[in-house]
Write a protein that binds this ligand. Structure first.
Ligand code: NZQ
Ligand code: ZN
Length: 384
């Protein structure tokens, strides 16, 4: 196992009717900005519950945060934060609203041009306090210090990490999933699954707890994910999927193990240039990345094949082919497509992605920096 320091201070309130916990989480004298997206929270009752919980608080609102949140929109909120002396942000939404709120919280305290946090990796030294009411289980953003922001002007979709933007608390009420369209349920399951593989399908460092825990998350998503699209969708199913997504990216399974993230970096370029949903890009890239990188990932691919899918027969190549096929079938079982051509993208789109990867310095990705531009191109060509 590699050395690590682990801390996760987000207090989680999990279960039905937990939105009311917001009342005691946010100090009464705080000046609170509620941030949200395109309005789903007004249709499903979440907004009303949040407002009820904040009766007695001083509350402002900022809406219109888009999926794949932009720097441009976020900076409008930064202006409001400064104008109204906001000292607590409550993000109510999915990963996009929470990510944007993290950037807003950091940018409001930043001396200089906040885009430097993303493009130059400028250090975040402090941020406004942040809490979250999660409405879409997928990213783990409700309980991690990561955020991904897009500059529309240049199609740069870039991540930053800071412990200062870790939400202080998060409410996870699985019943909010009842209003999610099928497309977002698919996105959630696949994103959580691939967060797990990014931290598991690398090379063995004898980290037994992390491996078994990652396999537990994968098995839970394989068992519960397809039920979301059938009459078997119950609140218990929602709860198990929601908790899987948080656990997949709250730092625990990633402690003391190598990380990959090449699928994510290639995927971010597909979203920035062609507008595919985040998880849609991952489901295209991962199966072919598993194949392209099969030699350096061999040990973990065989472990994944055996422990998650029960594949033990045949030579190494046969088993790897089988496990990739199983993984892709699983994505299909949660109504997720796995080819570029499913989104009308052809080889010309691959040139665009490769150019953008180069411009962003993403030329040696993966746990061993072996995913060169040539390999990224192979992965995408095989994904057509
Ligand atoms: O904007 P509203 O009207 O709220 O609608 C949203 C949005 O259109 C809707 N939605 C959310 N909850 C709903 C709902 N509709 C009905 N009922 C509900 N309960 O769903 C749509 C998509 O929401 P979004 O927040 O964009 O989805 P997701 O949670 O998948 O977040 C994706 C973003 O997170 C980033 C991605 O790159 C992408 O920008 N990621 C963030 C990570 C992190 N912070 O750790 C890691 C991930 O790998 C990922 O990169
Ligand atoms: Zn992701």
């Amino acid at each position: 196992m590699l050395n690590f320091t682990f801390s996760n201070k987000t207090r989680i309130h999990f279960g039905e009717q937990q939105i009311k916990q917001v009342t005691q989480e946010i100090p009464l004298d705080a000046r609170v900005l509620i941030t949200y997206g395109g309005g789903s929270i007004k249709k499903n009752g979440v907004y009303d519950q949040v407002i009820a919980a904040l009766t007695g608080h001083t509350v402002f609102e900022f809406s219109g945060i888009e999926p794949n949140p932009s720097y441009e929109t976020s900076m409008k909120a930064v202006a409001l934060v400064k104008q109204e002396n906001i000292d607590y942000i409550l993000a109510v939404g999915g990963g996009s609203v929470i990510d944007a709120s993290k950037f807003i919280a950091a940018a409001a305290h930043f001396n200089g041009e906040p885009w430097d946090i993303l493009i130059k990796g400028a250090a975040v030294e402090s941020a406004i306090k942040l809490g979250a009411v999660l409405t879409l289980p997928a990213t783990g953003s409700e309980s991690n210090g990561g955020s991904v922001i897009t500059k529309l002007a240049t199609k740069d979709k870039l991540p930053f990490m800071s412990a200062h933007v870790l939400p202080l608390f998060a409410v996870l009420d699985p019943s909010v999933m009842d209003s999610l369209p099928a497309r977002q349920l698919s996105n959630g399951v696949v994103d959580a699954f691939i967060h797990t593989t990014e931290q598991y399908l690398t090379y063995d460092v004898d980290a037994k707890i992390q491996d078994r825990f990652a396999e537990g998350i994968l098995l839970t998503l394989i068992e519960e994910g397809p039920k979301l699209f059938s009459a078997e969708k119950t609140n218990a199913v929602n709860a198990n999927v929601m908790w899987s997504a948080t656990q997949a990216l709250n730092g625990l399974i990633g402690s003391g193990v190598p990380h990959d993230w090449a699928t994510h970096m290639i995927g971010h370029e597909l979203t920035a240039s062609f507008g595919l949903d985040h998880a849609q890009t991952l489901a295209i890239v991962l199966p072919r990345l598993m194949w392209e990188m099969r030699e350096s990932k061999e040990g973990k691919l065989l472990q994944y094949a055996e422990r998650v899918w029960g594949i033990t027969e045949g030579d190494v190549e046969t088993r790897i082919k089988q496990v990739i096929e199983k993984t892709e079938q699983f994505f299909h079982s949660v109504q997720m497509k796995t080819r570029l051509s499913d989104y009308d993208l052809d080889a010309t789109s691959i040139d665009v992605v490769i150019e953008q990867l180069e411009r962003h310095g993403m030329t040696q990705l993966g746990e061993r920096q072996l995913v060169t531009l040539e390999r990224s191109r192979n992965i995408l060509m095989n994904s057509l």
